[in-house]
Design a protein around this ligand. Structure first.
Ligand code: FAD
Length: 433
């Protein structure tokens, strides 16, 4: 009899220890299953749905077209498939998200055969890194040191000569084909990008250069495992990049320990923070019509391409919370529906970092000036001109302050006075301290 490999956020064959376990568990044949769970699929937003479906098509192709797709509640569907195929066990990589962890418990309880968890989407599974008092870390830098010291396994190859078992399934819903989705393209992108890793530390904060790796997307779907990447990052040139991968793991670690952090502040005093309800200012933020070029460029990049540079994510998030005084959860939700890499842990914990209410957050009183940030990180204005065509007649960095250079009829005036908005943010913060 076969074993089942239940794919979720690990849409790859290489460096997939759960899959190796599935091959070893039964007679060597494996049924590869993906369950389209309406609870996750419906709210995901177009970019994530399209990428997922494109990635599943690529995975199925790599499995001789034998990936079995079923739609429904996994606690019903997985046991059904296991019974129908007389599978000996069901294999998967552990999920540490709040919904996924609960779902997997429900599936384990409903199965007649073992549910075997091997590995996770992280180099080091959430919960493993603990300090000398056996407590988890609240602050990133010591976590990072302990993470490096802990180390991880070497990557493993894809299993050879697997007999993929077929079973009745459903066709994948129609979707836009997303270029670059799937394991093969993820590997290709990584291998060519990592050759340039030495430039990363100097260039990573520059949205105009746009030279970051964009690996957040394949990492989100598990088209490539971070261990595979870490194995290519052993020289000191890779240090800055490794540190960023550790941020991803720190976010997952925090969310696994505090599932409520998905939408609620980690610092309890922030429960009392006075926020404004989303209204016209929120709409202007969403539409990239705030009159602050770097903010608008970021929001338009997000809407048009499903991606936003990290530095600009920080600037637009800070603007929403500290200039418009709107709760970060509204921005986080907007991001999740539009990002290809939308990931609950990285998204919510980064929003909390910017909003000052996270574990190891940027202090609330440090308020980004959107114009200064623009001039500093997009010094020639190329990024804002790329995404806000109305500003193309402004040369160099003048594009960051059109109001000081004659204004622009097709582009809004700033919707707030930043200096005033900053003081108001600080007043509200004083009130909760
Ligand atoms: P690179 O600079 O090439 O970084 C390499 C990898 O390191 C990334 O792919 C990512 O996996 C990881 N990484 C880098 N920075 C961070 C970080 N601050 N936190 C966690 N991991 C990081 N990242 C997501 O993957 N999904 C999200 O939904 C998400 N939402 C965010 C929301 C806000 C408000 C902010 C400020 C950041 C968010 N990030 C999120 C983190 C970061 O912006 C993206 O991971 C990064 O921009 C992706 O581009 P890249 O792959 O080219 O990054």
């Amino acid at each position: 009899p076969p074993a089942i490999m239940w794919f979720r956020r690990d849409l790859r064959l290489a460096d997939n220890p759960a899959l190796l376990d599935a091959v070893a568990a039964g007679d060597g044949s494996v049924l590869g299953l993906f369950v389209l769970d309406p609870a996750l699929f419906a709210p995901a937003g177009g970019p994530r749905r399209d990428h997922l479906l494109s990635s599943l098509r690529a995975l199925s192709t790599a499995m001789d077209g034998k990936l079995v797709i079923r739609a429904g509640d996994p606690a019903v569907v997985v046991p059904e498939v296991a019974r129908a195929t007389k599978a000996v066990s069901v294999h998967l990589a552990a999920d540490y998200g709040p919904y996924g962890a609960r779902r997997d418990e429900a599936v384990a309880a409903a199965l007649d055969v073992p549910l075997e968890r091997t590995g996770s989407p992280y180099a080091i599974a959430p919960g493993r890194i603990r300090n000398q008092q056996d407590r988890p870390y609240q602050v990133f830098t010591p976590y990072y040191r302990a993470w490096l010291e802990h180390g991880w396994r070497n990557p493993v190859d894809a299993p050879k000569g697997v007999t993929w078992i077929d079973a009745p399934g459903e066709p994948l819903p129609a979707s836009e084909a997303v270029e670059g989705a799937g394991e093969a393209d993820a590997v290709k992108r990584w291998q060519s990008w990592v050759e340039e890793v030495a430039a990363y530390d100097d260039e990573r904060d520059r949205p105009d250069l746009d030279t970051t790796s964009r690996m957040s997307i394949p990492l989100k779907y598990g088209e490539l495992h971070p261990r595979t990447m870490l194995a290519d990052l052993t020289s000191p040139e890779g240090d800055a990049y490794r540190r960023q991968l550790a941020w991803r793991e720190f976010c997952a670690d925090l969310l696994a320990r505090h599932p409520q952090a998905a939408w609620k502040p980690l610092r309890p005093e922030f429960e009392r923070m006075a926020y404004d309800q989303p209204g016209p200012a929120f709409d202007a933020w969403c539409a990239g019509q705030t009159g602050f070029p770097i903010v608008d460029a970021g929001m338009r990049q997000l809407a048009e391409s499903g991606f936003m540079h990290n530095r600009v994510r920080m600037v637009v998030a800070s603007f929403l919370v500290k200039d418009l005084h709107i709760h970060w959860k509204h921005g986080a939700r907007w991001f999740m529906r539009r990002l290809y890499d939308g990931d609950l842990a990285s998204n919510s914990l980064n929003w909390q970092w910017v909003a000052g209410c996270g574990a190891d957050a940027s202090p609330y009183f440090r308020v980004f000036n959107p114009t200064t940030q623009g001039v500093k990180f997009d010094p020639n204005g190329d990024y804002v001109r790329r995404w806000v065509p109305q500003l193309r007649s402004f040369d160099g960095k003048t594009a960051h302050e059109p109001w000081r250079h004659g204004g622009c009829p097709d582009y809004p005036e700033p919707i707030v006075d930043h200096a005033e908005a900053r003081l108001e943010a600080l007043r509200r913060y004083e009130a909760i301290r």
